[in-house]
Ligand binder design. Structure first.
Ligand SMILES: [Zn+2]
Length: 165
């Protein structure tokens, strides 16, 4: 993870350990330890293992239960999940809105999509009874959920309302 670091020493510079957050790579699932200050330039942050962008600005499809688990359990960034299915009209209409919301919310929130047809066990595990349903996870726990299609601005508001406190 040496890319982009300043090469010239400034005296007294330091990093607070409390400012390190875990970011799970969307491509290889490696857990990256990233200083909060680097999130200001999130578009430049890359995975220490596979060099993919840590914040690609688009939702991450996690239809595999073990991958999903790894992201939820390790992400220091809140995770907003869209449970959807390819046969669901409202889900398909919401898809581009969810993509736009990802551009707005990263790097403060990681946006994830779960296809409930491919990953039926995940939908069942979280008691998803209608789709689309969004669930926001923070520190491994569900903190909010909302069913029904939403526009990008409303998706962003929903997430932001539950980021603090
Ligand atoms: Zn990676």
């Amino acid at each position: 993870m040496s890319t982009g670091w300043k090469t010239r020493l400034s005296e007294g510079q330091r990093c607070e350990l409390a400012d390190i957050i875990n970011v799970v790579c969307a491509d290889c699932d490696a857990v990256n330890r990233v200083p909060q200050s680097r999130l200001a330039e999130a578009d430049k942050a890359v995975c220490g293992r596979c060099r993919s962008k840590l914040f690609p600005g688009r939702p991450v499809a996690l239809d595999d239960a073990s991958r999903f688990q790894r992201h939820i359990e390790n992400s220091g960034v809140p995770v907003l999940v869209d449970f959807w299915a390819p046969w669901c009209g409202p889900c398909l209409m919401m898809a581009p809105e969810f993509e736009k919301a990802a551009e707005r919310l990263e790097p403060r929130v990681r946006l994830v999509k779960v296809n409930t047809e491919a990953a039926q066990a995940l939908g069942a595990r979280f008691g998803v009874q209608a789709i689309p349903t969004m669930i926001l996870f923070r520190n491994r726990r569900e903190v909010a959920r909302q069913s029904g299609a939403m526009q990008a601005a409303a998706i962003a508001r929903f997430a932001q309302a539950h980021l603090d406190g």
